[in-house]
Unconditional design. Sequence first.
Length: 264
Amino acid sequence: MSEVTLFEVRDHVAYITMNRPEAMNSLNPELRWSLSRHFDEVENNDDIWLAVITGAGDRAFSAGADLKHRARENEASDEQKTSWRQMERQTNPITQRWHFPKPVIARVNGFALGGGLETALACDIIVAADHAELGLPEPRRGLIAGAAGVHRLPRQIPLKAAMGYLLTGRHMTAQRAYELGLVTEVVPADQLDHAVDQWVKDILRCAPLAVRATKEAAMKGLDMTLADAFNAEYKSETLRRNSMDAREGPRAFAEKRPPNWQGR
């Protein structure tokens, strides 16, 4: 796997790191492609129960699209252009996986801008260092936040606040993002890893199939009326209801011991 990302699995948790600190972890074709492969692994590997994504260094989670790369594209060789096009065809970004089944935590350790913020918006929990800045500055570059940022931001914070940031390209502080409900927790930079670890540990205390069923019902239900969401059938809930873990939870409670989750 390319060194533009780092990938490690420990104790049912996948840790994904965007590894271009010299470019503020900006998203070039290689990085996008590599992230896609990692999320394929997270989605398809039953031994992975959740994922954490972050950026290398302490300056940026990701500054978004690599505009310097985009400016050089016309000067690239035909062979290089063909390689990039192949990568693009093989890339399925987290921003377009509308119902990703497992929890994803964004560890935001600095700037999360443009496509970087759009990546974080596609995650379930955002834990940010207090020096982080978030924003969708695309209009200042003649662009739009086309990786669903223009759609996710108004769904995740109040409309007038979202439009204020979308139409100006302004940054928001991590604290302001927390006040708006966009960020789950803000902590000093030296406590970021500890805070993320606490969220990871709390998720792992829950049965993984129950977590997936909860996420699927919550997220798909947003597109329905309350009554329809309540009455809908969810694949993950069917799996959970018939699982060993569904029996293990009440049994462990009755026996006054920690449950031994199997994920099946």
